[in-house]
Every structure is written in C-alpha cells, then in structure tokens.
Design a protein around this ligand. Structure first.
Ligand code: ATP
Length: 213
C-alpha cells in the first residue's frame, strides 16, 4: 500500500524545525510523499500574520527540488475554519486505498482533544508524533489512554493498515519556532540559518513580519 504523509501547519513562516523532522519521518517510514498543507483560518489560534498567498509562496520555495514534498492548497482554497478532520475526509476521498499518515509535533498532538471531531481522526489516518523541544506527552488524561490503546512500535502496521495507529518518532531536536522568527523580524534582527535561504530572501524582499504591516 502507498503511504501518504500529511503535514499541516500555519507555516508563518516555514522553518527548518518543520523541514528536517518531516524529512526524517519521510525517510524512516519510507513514505511515498508528504503533502504540506498550510491552513487557511486556524480554528484554535490568532489569524496568521502573513497572507495565505505569502505562506504558500514561502512553502513552495522551501520544498522546491524535493520530489517527495508536495504543497497541497486544499485548506487555503476552502472557506471557513481549517478543521483537520475535514481535510482528512477530503484526502481520504482522493486516496481511498492508501495509508494516510498525519504527522504532528508533540505540542500539536497534545492539543488533539481540543480539535473539532477529534475522535474521528484515527478512523481516517494514522498519527505519527514527532518529539519537539519543550513539549512532552502529558503523564495522564485522554491522550495517554489513547496512546496506550492505539500506540504501536511496529512501523509495518502503518503500511499494512490504512489508518488507526499512533507511532511516536524521535527526530532531531531543533528548537525553532515561527513565533521566534517573527519576533526577530520585528526587532530588525537577522533570521538567517533558521529557515531556507530562499524563504529568508522572500521575507526580506516582501517586508513580511514588520511593525507597520
Ligand atoms: P508558531 O510559533 O507560529 O506557533 P510553529 O513554529 O509552532 O508556529 P506551526 O506552523 O504552528 O509552527 O506548526 C506546524 C507543525 O509543525 C505542528 O505539528 C508543530 O508541532 C510542528 N513543529 C513546529 N516547529 C517544530 C519543531 N521545531 N520541531 C518539531 N516540530 C515542530
């Protein structure tokens, strides 16, 4: 069975803390592709600072030349809040017979019980949780129960089944966040080497994340 990775985010802007962990998941799980899905209107946080068009442009620049990474515009093309469950239903429609692998950073996974119709997510996809500096799995609660019921260390289940298991994956620890990059811009400081050079240049050329915008 083919395995399609799904990586959603605000990507405001995309940085190496997104790119490197997802590359590792892609390699280690032997994914056929990873679909990068920038959200339109994030339901659980402030609206993005950069426009959807700018975030898409930056993402396209970041993944250029990587044959396994695909930019998927379905959330920015849709009206209303970007609920992951709707996105997964639409992906399941497009890929009825494939394994869908939703990749989440640990902090995003920790917020899962706040997501719209979150209990349906594992009916539609597997979840791979990437370790992230500063975030750990809570020691009790709904997610711990979920991980004990659905967690596996057997990677082959992600390929043999279309959805339904949780796999925790250690990735390189890069304590980079989009917030930190936006703050550096506001302070007029350099954000070089935290994100791909082409994205760095796009931010500068278009004056993104500055005070008067
Ligand atoms: P912000 O600082 O604006 O909240 P962010 O850097 O957390 O943004 P998002 O676009 O919100 O980035 O995150 C998208 C996904 O990437 C989430 O699943 C998040 O957990 C994961 N992620 C972001 N940064 C890292 C990192 N440094 N290491 C591992 N995972 C990360």
């Amino acid at each position: 069975m083919k395995m399609i990775g799904i990586f959603g985010g605000t990507f405001d802007p995309v940085h190496y803390g997104h790119l490197r962990p997802v590359q590792e998941v892609c390699d280690d799980l032997d994914l056929d592709e990873v679909r990068w899905i920038p959200c339109g209107l994030p339901p659980h946080r402030d609206p993005p600072k950069a426009s959807a068009q700018d975030r898409l442009e930056m993402l396209s620049l970041a993944v250029k030349g990587n044959a396994s990474f695909v930019v998927d515009t379905r959330e920015v093309d849709r009206n209303g809040p970007s609920y992951m469950v709707d996105t997964l239903e639409s992906l399941r429609h497009d890929f009825p017979d494939e394994s869908l692998v939703l990749i989440l950073g640990q902090d995003a996974f920790n917020s899962l019980p706040e997501w719209h119709r979150w209990q349906e997510i594992l009916q539609l996809a597997h979840i791979v949780v990437c370790t992230r500096p500063g975030s750990e799995l809570a020691s009790s609660g709904q997610l711990v129960e979920l991980v004990s019921e659905r967690g596996t260390q057997d990677i082959s289940r992600l390929k043999d089944e279309k959805a339904g298991v949780i796999y925790m994956h250690d990735v390189i620890q890069l304590p980079i966040s989009s917030t930190q990059i936006r703050d550096l811009c506001l302070q007029g400081k350099s954000h070089r080497y935290l994100l791909p050079l082409a994205v760095n240049e796009y931010i500068q050329t278009n004056g993104l994340y500055q005070k008067d915008r």
